[in-house]
Design a protein around this ligand. Structure first.
Ligand code: MN
Ligand code: MN
Length: 361
C-alpha cells in the first residue's frame, strides 16, 4: 500500500501538483488499509509534496484508523467541528492546485473546500488512480479469488432451495443469507429472475413464483476483505423450450469466444466483438443489449469498460468480467458471467462453477 502512495507522489512530481486530497472511502482503503463508511462525515487522505501523508477521520473512527491505517499521522474532527478548518490548519498558506477525485467530490464539497482554500484550481486525479487499480498484484488476485470461491459455494447451496412454489425473492434472500452467514456482504443486490422476467437485464426479484419450464437467471457477488466477485449463471427449471436451449448454447459460445480473445495487448473492443460476432452470427445481435464486461476489484464496476468502441489495451494484472447475454422479450433471457484475470501470457478464468445448462428444481 505504501508503494501505491509512492506512485501517487511520483505522479505529483511529474505533473507539478502540490496536494492530492483523496476522499472516496474505497480509495482511502486502497491506499492506507483503513476501511470505513463515513456517510456524510468528512474523510480525507492528504498527500502533500515533500511531506508525510496524513489522514483526517471522524473522531469516532480514530481507534479503527490507528489499528488499520499504514498512514500513521491521523487527525480527527468531531460532529461539532468544521472538518475544513482542520484541513486548512494542516495545509500550506497558499495553494494553487489541489488534486481531487472529480467523479466523487460533490459540488457542495467543492464549494466548502474553496471557502477555506481560496482561489485554487482543482485537477482530476482519476487517471493515475485508475491505472494503479487496474494493475492488480498477486495478493489482490488472491482476494478476488476468495470472493469468487465464496460466491460459488453460496450459489451451489442456494439453488437447492428452488422447489415448486418458491419465489424469486425467496431465492435471492436465501443467497444473501448464505453470504452473510459466511461473513461476507452482498457486493450488490442479488438478482434472481424467472421465466419472462429473465429477459430484463436489470430486473429485480419479486413475488414471481418459479415454475417448471422457466429459465432462472441468478446474478450475484460478494464483498469480503474489501474485494468483490460478480457472477451470473442461468439455470433450467425442469425441462425448458428448444428456443431456451438454443439461446443458452449461443451465449455459452459467446462467453468462451470472448475469454479466448483475452490476453495482454488486445484492444478491449476486440473482446466485446468476439462475443458480439458470435451472437450476431446466430441471429440474436439485437438481443445482446449491453457491453460484454467491466473491470472488477474494490468496486463492482471499475476501469476498464469492455465495450466495442474501447481502443484501450488489456494489460497484465487486470481483472474483468465476461458476461454476454441474450434477452428475448416475453420469452426469457440467458447471461453467463465469469471473472477473468489477464495474466502474463493470456487469461485465467477465476470461476469454476459449471457453465453447462443445469436442470434444477
Ligand atoms: Mn453480475
Ligand atoms: Mn458484472
Amino acid at each position: 500500500m505504501i508503494n501505491r502512495i509512492k506512485k501517487l507522489y511520483a505522479h505529483m512530481e511529474q505533473t507539478n501538483l502540490e496536494v492530492i486530497l483523496i476522499t472516496l472511502p474505497k480509495h482511502v482503503y486502497y491506499l492506507t488499509g483503513f476501511a470505513t463508511e463515513p456517510h456524510e462525515r468528512f474523510l480525507g487522505l492528504l498527500l502533500l509534496k515533500g511531506a508525510e501523508p496524513f489522514l483526517i477521520v471522524p473522531a469516532l473512527d480514530e481507534e479503527a484508523a490507528k489499528q488499520q491505517s499504514l498512514v500513521t499521522r491521523i487527525y480527527t474532527h468531531t460532529d461539532t467541528d468544521n472538518p475544513y478548518h482542520v484541513l486548512k490548519r494542516l495545509l500550506p498558506e497558499t495553494l494553487k492546485q489541489v488534486g481531487i477525485e472529480k467523479n466523487h467530490i460533490t459540488l457542495q464539497r467543492c464549494e466548502e473546500l474553496m471557502e477555506v482554500l481560496g482561489d485554487v484550481t482543482f485537477v482530476d486525479v482519476a487517471e493515475p488512480l485508475r491505472m494503479l487499480r487496474a494493475n492488480k498484484s498477486v495478493e489482490e488476485i488472491e482476494r478476488i479469488r476468495i470472493a469468487v470461491r465464496l460466491v460459488e459455494q453460496v450459489l451451489e447451496e442456494g439453488i437447492r432451495k428452488v422447489k415448486p412454489g418458491v419465489t424469486e425473492a425467496d431465492i435471492a434472500a436465501e443467497l444473501e443469507y448464505l453470504m452473510k452467514k459466511a461473513g461476507a456482504a452482498p457486493a450488490f443486490d442479488t438478482t434472481v429472475l424467472a421465466g419472462e422476467k429473465s429477459a430484463l437485464p436489470h430486473g429485480s426479484p419479486g413475488s414471481r413464483v418459479i415454475r417448471e419450464g422457466d429459465l432462472l437467471l441468478c446474478d450475484l457477488g460478494v464483498s469480503i476483505d474489501g474485494y468483490l466477485s460478480d457472477m451470473t449463471r442461468t439455470f433450467a427449471v425442469g425441462e425448458v423450450s428448444e428456443r431456451a436451449k438454443e439461446i443458452y448454447g449461443v451465449v455459452l459460445d459467446a462467453n468462451l469466444q470472448a475469454i479466448e480473445a483475452v490476453r495482454p495487448g488486445t484492444p478491449l473492443a476486440d473482446v466485446d466483438k468476439a462475443a458480439r460476432n458470435t451472437i450476431t452470427g446466430a441471429g440474436y445481435g439485437p438481443y445482446f443489449t449491453h457491453r460484454v464486461g467491466h473491470g472488477l476489484g474494490i468496486e463492482i464496476h471499475e476501469y476498464p469498460s469492455v465495450h466495442g468502441d474501447n481502443p484501450d489495451l488489456l494489460n497484465e494484472g487486470m481483472v474483468i468480467t465476461i458476461e454476454p447475454g441474450i434477452y428475448l422479450p416475453g420469452v426469457g433471457g440467458v447471461r453467463i458471467e465469469d471473472d477473468v484475470w489477464v495474466t502474463k501470457d493470456g487469461v485465467e478464468v477465476l470461476n469454476t462453477f459449471t457453465k453447462q445448462l443445469t436442470i434444477i428444481g
